[in-house]
Structure formats: structure tokens, C-alpha cells
Design a protein around this ligand. Structure first.
Ligand SMILES: NC(=O)c1ccc[n+]([C@@H]2O[C@H](COP(=O)([O-])OP(=O)(O)OC[C@H]3O[C@@H](n4cnc5c(N)ncnc54)[C@H](O)[C@@H]3O)[C@@H](O)[C@H]2O)c1
Length: 253
């Protein structure tokens, strides 16, 4: 389903991983895509790939947890690419530790990127959506929202994003804006590779062990999530709002 090229989508944390796959997919769907990440230079390869495939994209450096930075990035997207009416809050970090070893800095940085970042980006972007009487926000939650050892901070942030999603869906629905969350299971990215390293196993051992626990018998790829984002931001999903879609290769509880 292709969107009019006049529509602009922002994908945060899209220099790599799930965000990069989502940026490429939305560009293929016909959106002009703003590729946002901490380091603008790191966004350029994704932008070049999109342009080489005939799409339109812009690299923007941002720290989503910083009010000024988030506001300036959204303004730049509006000026240089067009009013953003799709926002994918994907930027994320992990700072895993058991509760007794978790520092306040580990707690705060995870809350700041996921929760404060999604709040700041949504607040800065919503006016373009309500003005257009059309919009789509997709927040990246996680199966960790249901509880995961060593992730008190991340789990709380990802569960928080589900409440945030439902509340925005209630507030923005009358403006033609839908708001949904995707809760991925195990997806092969640098984030899960870093977890394997932290617990001292190879990435191959880690994914093999994970796949055994997953009903479809494999771990997820960034494209599995990009496909679901593509559905949620498309015209056909206009009556789907306030939902959390678990994309995990099986039921989650
Ligand atoms: N990989 C998984 O198994 C998995 C599972 C469930 C949920 N998720 C979620 O999906 C999203 C993407 O995960 P991924 O696996 O692609 O991770 P990743 O680490 O590969 O990519 C995350 C990106 O976010 C960027 N980022 C971090 N802090 C930022 C900030 N303050 N401002 C802007 N950008 C920032 C990073 O630079 C990085 O490019 C995250 O929200 C993650 O929590 C991932």
C-alpha cells in the first residue's frame, strides 16, 4: 500500500537495527523518511541506501531525551522534508543489571531515552498530525514489559510505553491520528548481540538457544518489525488504535 509521497515519516534510532529496517521499508512504501539517531553521520548510509533505491530521506542527528534537541530535529524535518505525520519512537538503549546492582544512572538513562524521548518526540510532532487531520504514531515496546530478569529499568520503561500509547490513542483519535505499540520478542540486532556478549556467549549460541523457546522456531529479524510498522502506518490500519501488538513468533503469556 503506497502512501502519497507528500507524507513524511520520522523514525528515531534508525541508523541501524530495527529502526534502519523500518526507515528502508517506509521509504519503499512511499514515505519521505527522516532518519534520526544520535550521530548524524551514522544516519547517512541508510539515507544513501534509500536514495539509491529511488526514495527520499534526510539524516538528522538528535538526542531524543533532550527537549531542545528533539524540538529542533522535528523542526528541521518539517522544514527540509515536509510536515511529519508519521512518527516511529524506536530509539532505545539497555543498561541491564539486577536490582541490587542497578545504579541510578542506569535507571535514569533508560527512562530518559524510552519514556522521556517518546514523550518529547510525540509532543513535538503531534501538531503536524492534528493539523493534517491524519497521523500515525508507533511506539516500540518489548516482551520485556511482561517482566525480564536483569531489566527492571527497561521492563518498566517498555510497560510505561504501553500506557503512553493507550492514552495518546484516546487523546488524538478524534484528529485522525492512531497510536499503537509493537512489542518485539527476540530480534537479531546489535542490542541483542551486546546482551550475548554481556552474558559471555557467542551470538550464534544465544540466538540458537532463543529460537528453541520460540514457537515459530526462529529468532526475529529487523524486517519482521518493519513489516508490522508498515501495516500500522498504512491507510488500512486506520481503525486499529491503542493496541499493543506482540511480534515474537508466538504467544507471550
Ligand atoms: N532487538 C530486540 O530484540 C528488541 C526487542 C524488543 C524491543 N526492542 C526495541 O526496539 C528498538 C530498536 O532496537 P534495536 O535492537 O534495533 O537496537 P539498536 O541498539 O541496534 O538500535 C538502537 C538505536 O537507537 C539509537 N539511540 C539510542 N539512544 C538514542 C537517543 N537518545 N537519541 C536518538 N537515538 C538514540 C542508537 O544510537 C541506535 O542506533 C528499541 O527501542 C528496543 O528497545 C528491541
Amino acid at each position: 500500500m503506497s502512501a502519497p509521497t507528500s507524507r513524511t515519516a520520522i523514525v528515531t534510532g534508525s541508523a541501524r537495527g530495527i529502526g534502519a529496517a523500518t526507515a528502508r521499508r517506509l521509504a519503499a512504501d512511499g514515505f519521505a523518511v527522516a532518519v534520526l539517531d544520535l550521530d548524524e553521520a551514522a544516519c547517512k548510509p541508510v539515507v544513501e541506501e534509500i536514495e539509491a533505491a529511488g526514495g527520499k530521506a534526510l539524516a538528522v542527528g538528535v538526542d531524543v531525551s533532550d527537549e531542545q534537541s528533539a524540538g529542533a530535529a522535528v523542526q528541521r524535518v518539517a522544514d527540509e522534508l515536509g510536515a511529519p505525520t508519521v512518527l516511529v519512537n524506536n530509539a532505545g538503549i539497555t543498561r541491564d543489571n539486577l536490582l541490587f546492582k542497578m545504579s541510578v544512572a542506569d535507571w535514569d538513562s533508560v527512562m530518559n531515552v524510552h519514556l522521556r524521548g517518546s514523550f518529547l518526540m510525540s509532543r513535538a510532532t503531534q501538531k503536524y498530525m492534528t493539523e493534517a487531520k491524519w497521523g500515525r504514531i508507533v511506539n516500540l515496546s518489548s516482551t520485556s514489559a511482561l517482566g525480564n530478569r536483569g531489566q527492571a529499568n527497561y521492563s518498566a520503561a517498555k510497560a510505561g510505553l504501553q500506557g503512553f500509547t493507550k492514552t495518546l490513542a484516546i487523546e488524538l483519535g478524534k484528529f485522525g491520528v492512531t497510536v499503537n505499540a509493537i512489542a518485539p520478542g527476540f530480534i537479531e540486532t546489535d542490542m541483542t548481540a551486546a546482551t550475548a556478549e554481556r552474558i559471555g556467549v557467542t551470538f550464534e549460541q544465544f540466538t540458537e538457544a532463543a529460537a528453541k523457546q520460540i514457537p515459530v522456531g526462529r529468532t526475529g529479524k529487523p524486517e519482521d518489525i518493519a513489516n508490522t510498522v508498515s501495516f500500522l502506518v498504512g491507510e488500512g490500519a486506520g481503525f486499529v488504535s491503542g493496541q499493543v501488538i506482540y511480534v515474537a513468533g508466538g504467544p507471550t503469556d
